[in-house]
Design a protein around this ligand. Sequence first.
Ligand code: FAD
Ligand code: NAD
Length: 154
Amino acid sequence: MDDKLFRAAMGKFATGVTIITTEIDGEVRGMTANAFMSVSMDPKLILISVGHKAKMKEQIEASGQFAVNVLSNDQKEMSMIFAGQKTDTHDVEFNYFEGLPVIDNSLVSIACDVHNSHDEGDHTLFIGKVKNIEIQDGDPLAFHEGSYKQLQEA
Ligand code: FAD
Ligand code: NAD
């Protein structure tokens, strides 16, 4: 099957947008990701899927922890910065939550320890054990058919 068909099909599944953050040796790193899901209530587990070519894979393996920041609809620029879609340099300021860097004004920041990881094809699935969650009101940034969208009531 060709990649274009697979991407077109997966792109029909509308998602939110997150930035995965972590820190190694005092350096903060971030990566935009929409492959995120809730896994288990007891214990509280979540999942992210990180491509083997992404630097974030080694960064999470080295730090053993990460945060998932669910973006609000006014954070499209943040998503573009951390997807490498904006090439000029950007100084992003991070807050700290449970010892992890997090993106200011996200709808949700979920601080996790790596609970498990599974290599599947060209991605690694990281299972995060949730340490703590910060949440605030607002509308999410959405991603559908390769474009950023805002939600509307059905
Ligand atoms: P880099 O290329 O090093 O970092 C990514 C970008 O973030 C760079 O431009 C870098 O300058 C910037 N950056 C990093 N840290 C900082 C910092 N501290 N301050 C300022 N800027 C910084 N890929 C996946 O593997 N899984 C997914 O689920 C996924 N979902 C995506 C969803 C969307 C909507 C989009 C647009 C892309 C998605 N990607 C996903 C692709 C992924 O975001 C890019 O391939 C990304 O560039 C990979 O980053 P990297 O870890 O290799 O790190
Ligand atoms: P797109 O049209 O490539 O993405 C549509 C959907 O296809 C995504 O939501 C995702 O579900 C799937 N997808 C895309 N690339 C994938 C990959 N390499 N592995 C597994 N699933 C993938 O959207 P776009 O705006 O062209 O994306 C911008 C860049 O971000 C592209 O380079 C794309 O490959 C990458 N991206 C990667 C993932 C991922 O690795 N899970 C997810 C989204 C976007």
